[in-house]
Design a protein around this ligand. Structure first.
Ligand SMILES: Nc1ncnc2c1ncn2[C@@H]1O[C@H](COP(=O)(O)OP(=O)(O)OP(=O)(O)O)[C@@H](O)[C@H]1O
Ligand SMILES: [Mg+2]
Length: 402
């Protein structure tokens, strides 16, 4: 890019690829200057299934974003999702051995590397090791222990791993169009950055990004990540149900879903009557369409609930469920969620940016906006990673000779 005060993100979704280029202003705010959205090909349930098709979709999206602002993207934050992603919580403990018993940055590094000392099979790679909280001499709930005194430092971490091959395919697509990857970020973590409030994360909340191919879940408690999961069911399956159930071509079913789809029982719906509706020359009963949509969305919400402990989930997540992703545009989805969970439910739309952000004010863009926010938050830290340093050094040399 022209200068280092720009960031880019690429959300390679099952239905669309969205590239965003943003300028970071002096106060750390983001100004969106370029957006490129293209339909995605070569992806299924969040995974690359055809490298050539996926690469072309990504290339088109990046080109569009570049044309909008005149910047050249050299590297980007990229989202990862898919059923291959798994997560676990792990602990690390170290002794503080300095004479003054003061916790230093080095101790933090030591305890984190101790916590990630789990056996990762060779076909999986570590995606994130996120500290959830520290304890000094048994005193829990410490967010930043540097500068405090103690004999023993504990850390609770959330560890996320992904299948090497699935990640490699995505990395290959991005690299083959000449781009570097700043960081690979699990998509529900990115969406959370754009959608959840600090309060919600503190009291406990579930974020569910219901996209085209996957429903990405992140549960937060006491300001930290508690659980992440990816379900391989979302908007695509909804459309397929409609196509099969009502005997429609897939494209017509998709159009019907977006235009008329609702999860409200028909007698509560104000917009349409219970009569026939049509799209592209095909007519179906409004009630039949809504019955199919409601059944599948209800199933998705119940699957989200299964990610919670069987009992007392109300105490774990009193802030309830925040829905995002394109499929959360379905009318009546908040009310249906409240009926099932008996907790607050809202639909989250990314709003925290300036610039040409109007087109991004849709739940479908929670991940792409969240990737940028994640990038901004972690950029300083990323510089300390040796691979980041080396890559940046090589990239500077490359630029000198350009
Ligand atoms: N108004 C609407 N009503 C119902 N569904 C909608 C509406 N608008 C978009 N969708 C659905 O949202 C889905 C796309 O959402 P999104 O853009 O978040 O997915 P994605 O990021 O491409 O996929 P994924 O994250 O699952 O890989 C599609 O299935 C689409 O049919
Ligand atoms: Mg998505």
């Amino acid at each position: 890019m022209k200068k280092r005060t720009t960031l880019a993100s690429i959300d390679v979704g099952t239905t669309k690829v969205c590239t965003i280029i943003a300028e970071v202003d002096g106060s750390g705010g983001l100004r969106i200057v370029g957006v490129g959205i293209t339909p995605s090909n070569g992806l299924h349930k969040g995974l690359v299934v055809n490298i050539n098709e996926a690469r072309e979709s990504i290339r088109d999206s990046v080109r569009k974003a570049e044309q909008a602002c005149g910047y050249k993207v050299e590297s980007a934050y990229v989202g990862v999702t898919g059923r291959h992603v798994t997560s676990t919580n792990n602990r690390g403990v170290v002794a503080i051995t300095h004479g003054d018993r003061l916790v230093r940055r080095d101790d933090l590094k030591r305890v984190l590397s101790c916590a990630q000392n789990i056996k990762v099979p060779s076909d999986r790679r570590l995606l994130h090791v996120i500290p959830r909280g520290y304890a000094i001499d048994g005193q829990m709930g410490i967010k930043n222990p540097v500068g405090m005194h103690g004999f023993r430092l504990d850390v609770e971490t959330h560890i996320i791993t992904a299948a090497v091959t699935s990640v490699q395919n995505l990395v290959k697509c991005i690299r083959s169009i000449g781009l570097d990857i700043e960081d690979l970020v699990l998509e529900p973590l990115a969406s959370s950055e754009a959608i959840l409030t600090l309060d919600e994360k503190q009291v406990g909340v579930i974020l569910a990004d219901i996209g085209g191919g996957t429903t990405d879940i992140a549960i937060f408690k006491e300001g930290s990540i508690w659980h992440t999961a990816i379900l391989p069911v979302a908007g695509y399956q909804l459309t397929r149900d409609i196509a099969i159930g009502l005997g429609l071509p897939f494209d017509v079913a998709e159009e019907m879903k977006k235009r008329y789809g609702s999860v409200m029982p028909v007698y509560e719906s104000k917009s349409e009557t219970t009569s026939a509706i049509s799209a592209d020359g095909h007519g179906v009963s409004y009630q039949d369409l809504c019955d199919i949509v409601r059944a599948r969305v209800e199933e998705i919400i119940r699957l989200i609930l299964l990610e919670m402990p069987r009992s007392e989930y109300e105490e774990l997540v009193p802030a309830g469920l925040v829905l995002t992703g394109g499929s959360s545009n379905l009318s009546g989805i908040e009310a249906l969620g409240r009926d099932i969970l008996r907790l607050p439910v809202r639909v989250g739309v990314p709003t925290t940016m300036t610039g040409i952000s109007d087109i991004l004010r849709d739940p479908a863009h929670a991940t792409s906006v969240g990737l940028l926010l994640w990038g901004m938050k972690h950029e300083g830290r990323q510089l300390w990673k040796s691979r980041g340093l080396l890559r940046r050094f090589l990239s500077r040399i490359k630029n000198l000779f350009r």
